[in-house]
Design a protein around this ligand. Sequence first.
Ligand SMILES: NC(=O)c1ccc[n+]([C@@H]2O[C@H](COP(=O)([O-])OP(=O)(O)OC[C@H]3O[C@@H](n4cnc5c(N)ncnc54)[C@H](OP(=O)(O)O)[C@@H]3O)[C@@H](O)[C@H]2O)c1
Length: 249
Amino acid sequence: MKKLSGKTALITGGSSGIGLATARLFRDEGARLVITGRNPDSLARAQEELGSDTLVISSEAGNLEEIDSLMAQVKARFNELDILFVNAGIVKPTPIEEVSESQFDEIMGVNFKGVFFAIQKALPLFSANASIIATTSVTNQKGVPLFNVYAASKAALRSLVQSLGVTLISRGIRINAISPGPIFTPMFDSLGLPDDLLQTRKREMALKSPIKRFGMPEEVAKAALFLASDDSSYMLGEQIVVDGGVSLL
Ligand SMILES: NC(=O)c1ccc[n+]([C@@H]2O[C@H](COP(=O)([O-])OP(=O)(O)OC[C@H]3O[C@@H](n4cnc5c(N)ncnc54)[C@H](OP(=O)(O)O)[C@@H]3O)[C@@H](O)[C@H]2O)c1
């Protein structure tokens, strides 16, 4: 028996990296899928890979009107939602002096505000036994230079998962988080670093990790499947760290 047979899952940021690997695994485990992203090329590639049964929607994660429209489209196609993986996120490493108000608002808007309102606006859609998973980051518990706003957005999200864990369980909804360490996804390529510096940074990060390598998105997807399925039926408000031991140092 497949773990997600008959379930409908919405994955934000499902067109790339961790979200796309999770979409593949959820599909293989029998789920009906809705994924979101912004880049039209990534969305088209994801549609081709996941198949025409998957509803692929361009939706800005920090925009409340677009979240409303997203939920309306999910309702129209599937009526109910069993799994919400609020995974879309952005990182913009910046020295403190150079953080502008608009950059601050953008990071908090996508990584925290957008997640809160996606959950709020999905509430009327959830089935009687639903699971929400949020993607935080190991930076939510570490001091990481240049990641001040990003890390704080993920710490706020970690806190939200705890309070919503208590708030939502009376509706039959469990919420948990996954906290990834360095994972090999296109996110690093979007940091705007010159290629040689990017490769050096990646090597340094891998060598600093106890496991001496980056994680693969598929390794995070397995944790998402555990939290999405009834295998984690007694867990709520928790965070699973998938980081090759980075946060132990
Ligand atoms: N990779 C890591 O090492 C790592 C570590 C810790 C935590 N995380 C977290 O993991 C999550 C997934 O990241 P990833 O590594 O898989 O990165 P990724 O490959 O860059 O994927 C990010 C996904 O989020 C979407 N997205 C980003 N901003 C969006 C916005 N404003 N509106 C709608 N969609 C948006 C992207 O779509 P578009 O490309 O179309 O915008 C893409 O589908 C993020 O929350 C990230 O913070 C990653």
